[in-house]
Write a protein that binds this ligand. Sequence first.
Ligand code: AMP
Length: 287
Amino acid sequence: MTLRMAVPNKGRLNERALELLRKSGLEMDVNWGRRLYASVDNQDFEIMFVRAQDIPRFIHSGTVDVGITGLDLILEADLDVEWVLDLDFGHCRLSVAAPEALGYKSVEDIPEGSKVATSFPNLAWQFFASRDKNVEIVRISGAAEITPHIGVADVIVDLVSSGSTLRTNRMVEIDTIMRSQAVVVANPGSMDTKGKEILDLASSIESVLLAEKKKYLMADIMTETLPEIEKMFPGMAGPTVMNLAGRDDMVAIHVVIDKSEVYDAVNALKAMGAKGILTLPIDRLVP
Ligand code: AMP
């Protein structure tokens, strides 16, 4: 059964989404250019490139079975789709921000009836309603940060990651509405009919995310140092130990370690007389 998937065609989420699919083993035509569809080599898979904002609707309507987009866009669309996997990129927060000059420190300081410019009218409306604050929502499609300077709005609700755009425009963040990241979501009906295919896709991507945090380390160590070295690498299943042909004094170890441990591990092994130390990237890791 063909699995139809939507991926952002441009913007912040496009590149990393494609990279994750490729690393998962889904090879597609690299020069897809302005095409709407790509098929995947050797798999019953069809990829549709559309705007990140449109993906929740295409998934909800069943035009595609599954998709990658921002959690912010899913919540704003307020359509019934099923969460499948967090992707740990596209991190940002939807925040309320005001011009520095107004001196607002919290939402309570925003006067009743203020104009709020945003491309997230639903989430903004819900947020202000939950704070019993009457505001006028001004729907825009982008560049919210300039609207207070041109008199279109008093404050804004917009996505922030580093905060540099706000600082450049002399605005301050005064509250956070939600935190977002890229996610995999699916059509609830497709979860019933193509659940296995969707979960296989999710676990493939998950194995890439896990592998990216790890390295494969190999070294030839003095046999007598083995007990101590085994204690150094208690993670996963401990090191795999192999004999070296014609040598009793040395064995080879292979071990999967966190990237963050590589620097210390290599130095420690070297200090213990290890030779031929190698670290290698891992493509996928299924624990
Ligand atoms: P696009 O408008 O196609 O670049 O995609 C925007 C999506 O990227 C948003 O809906 C968020 O999910 C995500 N994103 C991550 N960081 C930011 C940011 N600083 N500003 C805007 N969008 C961001």
